[in-house]
Design a protein around this ligand. Structure first.
Ligand code: 13P
Ligand code: SF4
Length: 335
């Protein structure tokens, strides 16, 4: 879909001017709409706490893709960013897939434009392409395997050792995987603006002030930050670690939204967001945080904005996603 045309259409329909009465009980209205319209509401861990609490399923990118693949709802509302809703549509061509705000993009997905990526790929004709799910449908269609941070290691290990690999678009996750798997991959030079913002100096000082705290980080963080981490994992792996580890204090280097679930699951533990390298709240993802309860409500009520995808592109993007799902099932990562 052409996002600019879709945004223009929303404007012409007056959708962007709809005002929600502040007296409306949004939690109750959202629950009502879910039942009336057979809607499933999927939310990423980086969503604001109210949205997480009203969602039918909260998860990381792999968990959400799996839920999207098996839902029998008529409508999928995706409280996340565009590439996530687009993945849900690729998996569910006959269902209506809605994203509360079409501006909810992703700096990492944007770092791999189709034209440049095609030219890059052409330089390595004997390589297979493993791509992180944080990318557009066009980039997925140019890939052999999709992966998420939960299954990337297993996906790479499933590829024969002598087969050269291009890994895209996240250079930090790629470098981390090279160390973990011992594979020498060609990396695309993309990154996530949220995970690159952490200050090594401030984290080091925080660790000194909290000597018993575990420092945990997402693999999209820079190598120097990952080097001092006690544990590295996807959002769901970080969550599980805080639940199972006996430490009572954790310094968390990923988007701040995950702290809500960590605190809900372990109310007696303390969670400290890792500090960014300036005074802003830059470890809040500006795209994820575009979604609000009001936007969620209008999206469900008016069934807009809808994610669409051209069938040829959908089929080409589906293949590497299906390969990811098969490997994840075969290696026991998902059922
Ligand atoms: P995971 O959901 O795989 O942990 O990835 C984090 C992320 O940055 C999603 O945009
Ligand atoms: Fe993209 Fe980073 Fe935001 Fe995730 S946290 S959606 S990778 S910009």
């Amino acid at each position: 879909m052409d996002i600019n045309i879709a945004k223009k259409e929303l404007k012409e329909k007056g959708f962007l001017d709809i005002e929600v009465s502040p007296t409306l009980d949004l939690f109750a209205e959202i629950e009502k709409l879910k039942k009336e319209k057979n809607i499933v509401l999927l939310a990423h861990y980086y969503q604001e706490p109210d949205i997480q609490d009203v969602a039918d399923y909260i998860g990381d990118s792999l968990g959400l893709a799996q839920q999207a693949a098996k839902t029998d709802a008529d409508i999928i509302v995706f409280a996340g960013v565009h590439f996530m809703a687009e993945t849900a549509k690729i998996l569910n061509p006959t269902k209506k897939v809605l994203l509360p705000d079409l501006n909810a993009g992703c700096s990492l997905a944007d770092s791999a434009p189709e034209k440049l990526f095609k030219a890059f790929k052409a330089k390595y004709p004997n390589h297979v392409v493993v791509t992180y799910i944080n990318c557009s449908a066009e980039i997925k269609a140019l890939s052999d395997y999709i992966c998420t941070s939960s299954n990337a290691e297993k996906i790479i290990e499933s590829i024969p050792k002598e087969q050269p690999i291009i890994f895209a678009p996240d250079r930090n996750l790629g470098a981390f995987l090279m160390k973990k798997t011992g594979r020498d991959m060609v990396l695309w030079n993309g990154s996530c603006q949220v995970h690159e913002i952490f200050s090594l100096e401030k984290i080091t000082k925080l660790k000194i002030r909290h000597p018993k705290a575990q420092f945990i980080a997402h693999p999209e963080c820079e190598e120097a930050v990952l080097e001092i981490a006690d544990f590295i994992g996807s959002t769901s792996q970080l969550l599980k670690y805080t639940e199972q580890n006996e430490a009572t204090e954790f310094i968390v280097a990923t988007e701040t939204g995950i702290l809500h679930k960590m605190q809900q699951i372990s109310p007696d533990k303390t969670f400290i967001p890792a500090p960014p390298n300036n005074a802003c709240a830059c470890n809040d993802c500006p795209y994820m945080k575009l979604n609000t309860l009001e936007k969620l409500y209008t999206c469900m009520e008016y069934e807009l904005p809808e994610i669409t995808i051209e069938e040829d592109l959908r089929l080409a993007a589906l293949k590497p996603i299906e390969r990811m799902m098969e490997i994840s099932k075969a290696t026991g990562l998902i059922k």
